[in-house]
Design a protein. Structure first.
Length: 196
């Protein structure tokens, strides 16, 4: 796929760079590459993300028609500058559209996970857990030591099951992988691997 010269700090950077056909400035290659190598890399990128162009065009058409975009759960963001004669404002609105769909949909999935986990915990005698914080796509729970592993399994299965939510019509093709960690404090967290 991609060569080792590209070191991506996160999936989000990778998705945005492919979406906008560019590399983020800190990741630009210092040496100029030959045109042939650049074309080969671009071809490989496009092969890795088949459907990106069509998805982007579909999103642009939807924005052009109604001046808004929707998250995966139907939340709406209006984009009044999407048809601005000012090129800078129009490009900013296009970036906001993509950003809202990606980050807004991630927030929707996280909210669904919190609701489902709450419902499961409140109707069960064990495990008992208390949600302390939500930081972007991370949930921080307080759980008794004896219940850490059963609760971790519950959280993992609940969050990964959000790939298909039939009553909302959500069927993601990409599997949702969840990493669960535990510890006495934020700095001493260690990953809990799923049972083999």
């Amino acid at each position: 796929m991609l060569e080792n010269s590209y070191v991506w700090p996160s999936l989000e950077v990778l998705l945005y760079s492919f979406w906008f056909d560019s590399c983020p400035s800190p990741l630009r290659l210092k040496k100029k590459k030959k045109k042939k190598k650049k074309k080969e890399k671009k071809k490989k990128k496009k092969m890795c993300f088949v459907g990106r162009k069509e998805t982007k065009q579909r999103g642009s058409m939807a924005v052009g028609v109604g001046w808004y975009v929707l998250s995966i759960m139907g939340r709406r963001r209006t984009l009044p500058n999407i048809d601005s004669p000012d090129w800078g404002l129009r490009m900013q609105a296009e970036r906001q559209a993509v950003n809202f769909v990606v980050q807004g949909s991630a927030a929707d999935l996280c909210k669904m996970a919190m609701i489902q986990i709450f419902n499961l915990v409140s109707t069960s005698s064990s495990p008992s857990a208390r949600l302390l914080a939500q930081l972007h796509d991370e949930l921080l729970y307080e759980v008794e030591d004896s219940q850490v592993e059963p609760f971790a399994a519950l959280v993992r299965s609940t969050m990964e099951s959000l790939q298909h939510i039939d009553h909302l019509g959500v069927h993601l093709k990409v599997p949702l992988k969840v990493s669960v960690s535990s510890g006495k404090s934020w700095g001493s967290m260690s990953e809990l691997l799923p049972p083999s």
